[in-house]
Design a protein around this ligand. Structure first.
Ligand SMILES: Cc1ncc(COP(=O)(O)O)c(C=O)c1O
Length: 395
């Protein structure tokens, strides 16, 4: 019987090329490789794969992750610093619950991953943008802000950021800013919550060393994911943190009661890696997504030359700045009429700002479709007649 209820999150609007979704290209999902790894893992682990798992995550995945991070990051974590989660979203929810109490101040980078703002807001904290400069978060101004908040009697337990191939900007924090930020966090006692979801999607790489690998133990909690490097439907990710944090996450009632959070998939991932499929897959998707990025970059330059942007060295997004006031927001209805969509920049800010920007995701579509999307965007821009100071939305 064909299913009558929906199966997936993404639904393509007819006739619209929707660049708003940060979802993988369907052909980049390793359907056959995952089937092979599933069979192989079942043969290797047998009943141990289908029973309750080790609470912080199964040993084979934790051991392999340590090796992999030694290859693609500044240093390998200790196995006692790893905790396997049901994705980065779940990791952020867990970490926020662990660090924060209702009414605390949580600092965030701006712009930042819009749905992280929703996850953090679920914890009834006050979300405050950290001060930023041209290179990202300004460590000195952030230290001053934290000290002022502490003097007012507020708690400031964490600062959330995506320092490597940021969603939405695609940019990475320069090494000097990373060092300043880690030092500021150490001095103020604010935990940096580093979302490292895009580390593996480096074109061609390597990605810069994580804050976690550069900081003293205890200053940074880093969250990672297999959603972009393998498949979001696995709901599989991880945390690297000081051993006491890992022990506290492991001791949570539902983790203890359930025997880890995603045991069977974690073992299949370990097998996917053991068979050499992970390495091959990541190499292939890097080539694919770099080609998709290049196609969109070239098409935007040709069709929308007014847009300014930095070509991202990794991740899935182009972050365009248009010259006219609030153009990212004002262009959207014209774009949708022309058959293309995107997310306007204000969605990635806590404050009412960012309206001049738009985020285009190049992950979901072939180069030809991306070229057509840029053509439609250029046509929409011309039909919108954006110039003029009448917009009441801030830039
Ligand atoms: C920066 C960032 N963090 C986390 C996520 C969600 O990751 P997961 O699917 O592992 O929950 C995304 C997905 O777009 C993301 O861009």
């Amino acid at each position: 019987m064909p299913p009558t209820l929906p199966i997936v999150q993404f639904r393509a609007a007819a006739e619209t090329i929707d660049l708003g979704w940060g979802h993988p290209h369907p052909a980049a999902l390793p359907v056959d490789g995952w089937a092979e790894a599933t069979h192989s893992a079942l043969r290797r682990y047998g009943a141990a794969m289908l029973t309750y798992g080790h609470a912080p995550g199964p040993g084979p995945l934790i051991e392999w992750l340590c090796h992999r991070l030694a290859e693609v990051d500044g240093a390998a974590p200790d196995p006692t610093h790893l905790f396997v989660t049901a994705g980065a979203s779940h990791a952020l929810d867990l970490v926020t619950a662990f660090l924060c109490r209702p009414g605390d101040v949580v600092l965030v980078d701006s712009p930042t991953y819009h749905l992280a703002l929703r996850i953090i807001a679920d914890h009834r904290v006050d979300i405050v943008p950290a001060p930023t400069g041209p290179d990202g978060i300004d460590a000195v101004a952030t230290t001053d802000l934290v000290r002022a908040l502490l003097r007012q009697g507020r708690r400031v337990p964490m600062l959330y950021l995506v320092p490597t191939f940021n969603n939405p900007t695609g940019r990475s924090l320069p090494p000097a800013v990373r060092a300043d930020l880690v030092e500021a966090a150490r001095r103020t006692g604010v935990t940096l919550v580093e979302d490292d979801t895009y580390r593996e999607l480096a074109y061609p790489g390597p990605a810069p060393p994580s804050l976690f690998s550069a900081a003293e133990t205890g200053t940074v909690v880093r969250i990672g994911s297999f959603a972009k490097s393998v498949a979001p439907g696995l709901r599989l990710g991880w945390v690297t943190a000081a051993a006491p944090v890992v022990r506290a996450l492991t001791a949570r009632g539902y983790v203890d009661s359930g025997g880890g959070v995603n045991h069977a998939n974690a073992l299949i991932l370990a097998e996917f890696a053991t068979l050499g499929l992970y390495r091959r897959h990541v190499e292939a998707i890097r080539v694919r997504y770099a080609a998709q990025r290049d196609a969109l970059v070239a098409a935007v330059r040709r069709r929308l030359p007014q847009a300014e942007f930095t070509v991202p060295a990794g991740g899935w997004f182009l972050w365009l700045r248009l010259p006219e006031e609030a153009a990212g927001t004002r262009l959207l209805p014209y774009a949708e009429r022309a058959g293309v969509s995107y997310l306007p920049g204000n969605q990635f800010h806590v404050a009412d700002t960012g309206h001049r920007y738009l985020r285009l995701s190049f992950s979901l579509f072939d180069p030809e479709t991306l070229a057509e999307a840029a053509r439609r965007l250029g046509a929409a821009y011309r039909s919108a007649g954006l110039s003029g100071a009448s917009a009441r939305i801030s830039p």
